[in-house]
Design a protein around this ligand. Structure first.
Ligand code: ADP
Ligand code: MG
Length: 574
């Protein structure tokens, strides 16, 4: 595993834009930390000159105290805000990079990650991870500086005593740590024992018939008692551990303090230190406890926060951009060829398409027919490179798809499929998706999809919001909206994958004309259950188990009395 510094270095590039803010935060932390020893430092003149010698102006110490806390507060704010601002700039950039990757990554990303995983990483994990990191890094920065400042002050004040304390402190820390670890271990064991106990109960509830049939009740009761006793023992042990920590710590602290007092008194006897400097020393020493405590707990949130942020960086680094060529004509002719195309979704699975070769001429309407699972959708998904063939080659206008610029390639296709995807935006924006809204053309497209009357009757007409994924619309309306979108796109190749499946017979007839008009002058691939579209196709391709088993016109295939004739007969029976 990479060290913390290496891991921090990975995310450092995202902090570049926040360098200034980071520097400011550092400055704030330094100023803040250097004010810490001033609190005990104020006590010394207060006691020695204020109370004992009465040689100080009345207001000097109180005013100095107020000024001190003002500077401290300001410095603390600057440190916290600077760090947060640098981190949030980083998050902003990280998020944008991730979303960019999401938009342009190889489609494989969508099969290796689920939608909720991606949402979680992009939205929540970066956020939580960053919040944890900011908090922990702030502690690290402020408290380690405070620690240094206080230690420096203590050394300056009384270095022999400081060295003496320096020997006591680690011993104290070691004892506390050992006790803390024991408590933690017992807690974990206790959780395990609780699970075991629950499991015995669960087993006996689920398997009560077997238990009674075999008269195994006594055995089970003994098992339960064993587990319950173990749990009791562990819980009591952890109570002992928890209850000893405080008195033991306090005892040790008392020993340490007594030792310090003894040494200080001995020094005072030798004419060394004053009351003020002794109180300042003790105060500074007590002030050390808090930062030490914080620093000992700082690693866990850093590790957790880093892990979350790293998942986001991984998402970027491990998702290559989609590769494409440079061939980018404005409009394709629409000639499609497949040469021995094999498609496997997984290496060990049956191929979804097996050595498929076919040719579709420009402007031709081809119907794809076959039982469910035959590979029809897989075939059409290959064309805009939503998936890559495992072997073989696909060409558009004689150029392999890989030569095409991916954006230019996808401009050539309009797709209406079974699952219509709508964005929570206006009707117009959904129709013109990806393009500028040209209202007359939008209206024209809606008219062609037989949806204009409906849209005109909506409260805000074209500007009506369709709701999350079109929740305000019926299935048929959604599908007609998708048809309007295809009309608006005016691409040379049209793919209809069960485009009218959500429509009842009447609405289907209503959009059938629109579809027929849409097909004019375009290469069209239609996957349809209902016959009307298929009968009008120039050619019917019959797929079964990923293979092309028959092709010809509707009439020819009926005469042949093969799979197509059987599917056709079945449909009439329904
Ligand atoms: P059709 O559209 O003709 O009903 P598909 O092309 O959807 O058939 O499916 C063809 C075969 O490929 C089926 O066996 C299906 O289970 C499988 N398949 C389709 N999509 C995926 C996918 N994303 N991952 C794995 N297998 C898939
Ligand atoms: Mg399908």
């Amino acid at each position: 595993m990479a060290s913390i510094t290496q891991r921090l270095a990975r995310i450092a590039p995202y902090l570049k834009s926040g360098r200034r803010a980071l520097a400011l935060a550092g400055l704030g932390a330094v100023v803040g930390a250097s004010t810490e020893p001033m609190i005990p430092a104020l006590l010394q003149p207060l006691l020695d000159q204020g109370f004992t010698a009465r040689a100080l102006p009345l207001w000097s110490i109180p005013l100095a105290l107020i000024a001190l806390f003002f500077v401290r507060g300001l410095a603390g704010f600057v440190a916290q805000y600077g760090l947060a601002s640098a981190a949030q700039n980083g998050v902003l950039q990280l998020r944008q990079d991730m979303f960019e990757r999401l938009l342009r990554a190889e489609p494989g990303l969508y099969t290796t990650h689920t939608a909720s995983q991606l949402t979680n990483t992009l939205v929540y994990e970066v956020q939580q991870g960053t919040t944890q990191l900011i908090g922990a890094l702030l502690t690290l920065l402020k408290d380690s500086l405070t620690l240094l400042a206080l230690l420096g002050y203590l050394l300056w004040l009384n270095w022999p005593l400081t060295l003496f304390v320096g020997l006591l402190f680690p011993t104290l820390a070691l004892v506390m740590r050992t006790l803390g670890r024991r408590l933690h271990r017992l807690t974990v064991l206790g959780q395990g024992a609780t699970d075991d106990l629950a499991y015995v109960v669960e087993e006996n509830v689920l398997a009560w018939r077997i238990v009674r049939l075999h008269d195994a009740g006594a055995q089970q009761a003994a098992r339960f008692a064993d587990k319950a006793r173990l749990l009791r023992r562990l819980l009591l042990k952890s109570v002992v551990a928890a209850a000893t920590i405080t008195p033991v710590t306090q005892m040790l602290a008392a020993f340490a303090l007594s030792a310090v007092i003894a040494v200080a008194l001995w020094q005072a006897g030798a004419g060394g230190s004053s009351v003020g400097s002794f109180v300042a020393f003790i105060t500074a020493m007590l002030l050390l406890v808090q930062p030490i405590k914080h620093l000992s707990d700082v690693m866990a949130p850093i590790t957790r926060g880093l892990a979350a942020v790293e998942r986001s960086v991984d998402l970027i680094e491990q998702s290559p951009f989609e590769a494409g060529g440079t061939h980018a004509p404005a409009r394709a002719e629409g000639r499609i060829e497949l040469h021995d195309v094999v498609l496997r979704y997984r290496a060990d699975a049956e191929p979804a398409l097996a050595s498929l070769s076919l040719r579709i001429e420009r402007g031709e309407t081809v119907a794809l027919v076959g039982p469910s699972g035959a590979g029809k959708s897989s075939l059409v998904n290959l064309l805009p490179r939503f998936i890559e063939p495992s072997a073989g080659q696909i060409r558009l206008d004689g150029r392999p798809l890989r030569d095409w610029d991916t954006r230019a390639l996808r401009r050539q296709f309009a797709l209406v499929s079974q699952d219509v995807v709508l964005f929570n935006d206006s009707v117009a924006a959904n129709v013109a998706l990806g393009d500028d809204v040209d209202e007359p053309r939008v209206r024209e497209a809606l008219r062609a999809a037989n949806l204009l009357d409906f849209v005109n009757a909506l409260p805000q007409g074209l500007q009506t919001l369709v709701g999350h994924n079109g929740s305000q619309l019926s299935g048929g309306q959604r599908q007609r909206l998708a048809i309007a979108r295809a009309v608006y796109k005016d691409a040379p190749i049209l793919i209809l994958d069960e485009a009218t499946s959500a429509l009842d017979a009447e609405s289907e007839r209503a959009v059938q004309d629109a579809l027929e008009r849409l097909m004019q002058g375009r290469t069209t691939l239609v996957i349809a259950h209902r016959l009307a579209t298929i009968e009008h196709a120039d050619r019917v391709l019959v797929l079964d188990g990923g293979r092309l088993v028959e092709q010809g016109s509707h009439a020819e295939l009926l005469v042949r009395a093969g799979l197509y004739a059987r599917l056709h007969a079945m449909q009439f029976r329904n």
